[in-house]
Design a protein around this ligand. Structure first.
Ligand code: IPE
Length: 261
C-alpha cells in the first residue's frame, strides 16, 4: 500500500489566494494512475486555498474570538473547493478517487490526532477506490478548532496502514541543509530524527503558512517513517520523478529514515 501527499506548494500557487495549479496536478495524477489498483491513499495540502484565510483569521491559535466562527466556515469551504478540483483531475486521469474529508472522520485534541475511524478508508480501498483526504480546519476538543495539516494526516494514516511507500511531494526537491533558495544550500540525501541537520524552516516571503513549512513537515515525516517501509520527500515540479519513485527506482530527493537507522 502506498500513501502520497500532494503538497499545497505544488498543487496551488502559494503566493496567490485560491490559485489551483491544474497542469502540474494533472501530470502528477497521470504519474499516480498506474498504481491506483494496488492500494493507494492520496492526501493533499491546502496551499493558498487554506493558509491565507487560516492565517487571516488566526485559526492556528484555536477559537479565541467570534470572527473565527466565520473563518472556520470559510476555510472549510475553500479547502473543499480545492478538494473538488483535485478529484476532477484525478478522475480525469482514470483514478477512481473518493473524498473522505477529515471533518467527517477526525476530531483533534489540542492539535493532535487521537483515535480515528480508519474503516471508511479500508472500505473504499477494498472496493478498488482511491481515498482522498486533505489538510483542513477541524473541531478540537481543547482549542475549539485547530488545523490538521496534510502532514499530520499522513502520520495518522501511516500508523494504521503501515505503507510500503510514503511520499511527500513538495515544491522543492527535498530537505536542504539551509534555505532551499540559497545557492549554497545542499540537498540532504537522507534525514533521520537522530541527526542534527540544520533545515530551512521558514516559508518563502509573502507566503502564508500556518503549519510550519519544512520544519513542521519533518516532525510529521519522522512519524510517517516510523511506520512505513520507505518514506521520501521529493519535488513535484520535475516530470516523472513521482512515477519513478513509485516504480521503485532511486530518484533525486530526501529519504526520511526512522530513528535508529
Ligand atoms: C493546511 O494543510 C490546512 C489549512 C491551512 C487549513 P497543509 O499544511 O497540509 O497544506 P500545505 O501542503 O502546507 O499547503
Amino acid at each position: 500500500m502506498r500513501l502520497v501527499k500532494l503538497g499545497g506548494s505544488v498543487i496551488t500557487d502559494k503566493a496567490r489566494p485560491l490559485a489551483f495549479r491544474s497542469r502540474v496536478t494533472r501530470r502528477l495524477s497521470r504519474e499516480l494512475a498506474p498504481f491506483k489498483g494496488e492500494g493507494l491513499i492520496v492526501v493533499h495540502g491546502a496551499g493558498s486555498f487554506g493558509h491565507v484565510r487560516a492565517a487571516e483569521y488566526g485559526l492556528a491559535r484555536g477559537m479565541k474570538d467570534h470572527r473565527q466562527v466565520e473563518g472556520t466556515a470559510i476555510v472549510q469551504r475553500d479547502v473543499r473547493d480545492l478538494n473538488l478540483r483535485v478529484l476532477d483531475v484525478l478522475i480525469e486521469a482514470g483514478i477512481p478517487a473518493v473524498s473522505l474529508p477529515p471533518a467527517t472522520w477526525l476530531e483533534l485534541k489540542d492539535g493532535r490526532m487521537v483515535a480515528f475511524d480508519a474503516v471508511p478508508f479500508q472500505r473504499a480501498i477494498a472496493r478498488g477506490l482511491v481515498p482522498v483526504t486533505f489538510g483542513d480546519v477541524l473541531m478540537d476538543t481543547e482549542r475549539g478548532v485547530a488545523i490538521a495539516s496534510g502532514d499530520l494526516l499522513m502520520a495518522g494514516l501511516a500508523a494504521v496502514f503501515k505503507p510500503d511507500l510514503s511520499v511527500f511531494v513538495t515544491g522543492v526537491d527535498g530537505v536542504y541543509d539551509g534555505e532551499p533558495a540559497d545557492p549554497g544550500a545542499r540537498l540532504l540525501r537522507t534525514v533521520s530524527p537522530d541527526g542534527a541537520q540544520v533545515v530551512g524552516t521558514t516559508a518563502a516571503e509573502g507566503v502564508a503558512d500556518v503549519t510550519g513549512s519544512m520544519g513542521g513537515k519533518l516532525a510529521e515525516a519522522f512519524q510517517v517513517a516510523a511506520s512505513s517501509k520507505e518514506t521520501w520527500i521529493i519535488g513535484g515540479n520535475s516530470p516523472g520523478r513521482l512515477r519513478s519513485l513509485m516504480e521503485g527506482r532511486r530518484v533525486k530527493g530526501t529519504r526520511v529514515l526512522p530513528s535508529g537507522r
